[in-house]
Write a protein that binds this ligand. Structure first.
Ligand code: DC
Length: 217
């Protein structure tokens, strides 16, 4: 079987790190759906146009995601834009972009073309994009904990990140709901490896996916 494992949750809930580690442990690719929304946001920033305008001419552009073992490469009209996708500027505009229905449909199409198996992280992977997925998880954590995690990644002040996280939680609320059959994990008090173990334990319990053998040292 070629399983799809979905890991959804709000921003900085740890889903990306967890998805990447789970994929590594299972020896299957990891896919970050948020990168595609970020790439569309970058397109709008570069062209200095609104989300609405980007939506109207998106089909003129070519967007693709190449899953590699540990990360993803995003190509926008042939250019590798991966490095530019995690700036605060992109953070600020990406929710408006991710709200547009035609942009969501476009991103979902790109995602559904990726051949399983893979672990995918996002907001609505289990509920809307891959309802047939074999294993679905939804990670949560208190906003203060998430702000602390993101601050370490971005090197900006804690209150700036916290305000941004609270604003984005509200903006993303609608597309960020757990699937009815998702396992919900609160990661506030857990280390990354503990969350990874919890996810793998659920997968093992449900159908015994084999982990990739540890490569020789
Ligand atoms: O997970 P992330 O922070 O890279 O996501 C970037 C933005 O894209 C975030 O504002 C939510 C949105 N997003 C979404 O609406 N649906 C997804 N499946 C993934 C991300």
């Amino acid at each position: 079987m070629n399983p799809i494992i979905t890991i959804d949750g709000p921003s900085a809930s740890g889903k990306t790190s967890v998805a990447r580690r789970v994929a590594q442990r299972l020896g299957i690719p990891y896919v970050s759906s948020g990168l595609l929304y970020r790439a569309v946001a970058l397109l709008g920033l570069r062209q200095r146009v609104s989300a609405e305008e980007v939506e109207s001419h998106l089909e003129k552009h070519l967007l693709s995601l190449e899953p590699t073992a540990q990360s993803n490469r995003v190509l926008l009209d042939g250019e590798d834009v991966t490095e530019a996708l995690h700036s605060l500027e992109v953070d600020r505009v990406v929710s408006a972009v991710a709200k547009r229905p035609r942009i969501r449909a476009y991103v979902n199409q790109v995602l559904r073309r990726i051949p399983p198996p893979f672990v995918v992280d996002g907001r609505d992977m289990g509920r809307a994009v891959f309802p047939q997925a074999q294993h679905k998880f939804y990670l949560t954590a208190r906003p203060e904990v998430r702000a602390q995690r993101r601050m370490l990644e971005r090197n900006v002040a804690l209150d700036t990140v916290l305000a941004e996280i609270i604003r984005r939680d509200q903006a993303d609320q609608q597309q960020s709901l757990p699937a009815d059959d998702a396992i919900v994990l609160d990661t506030s008090a857990l280390e990354l490896e503990e969350v990874v173990e919890a996810v793998l334990a659920q997968i093992r319990a449900r159908n015994g996916l084999r982990e990739a053998p540890t490569p020789p040292a």
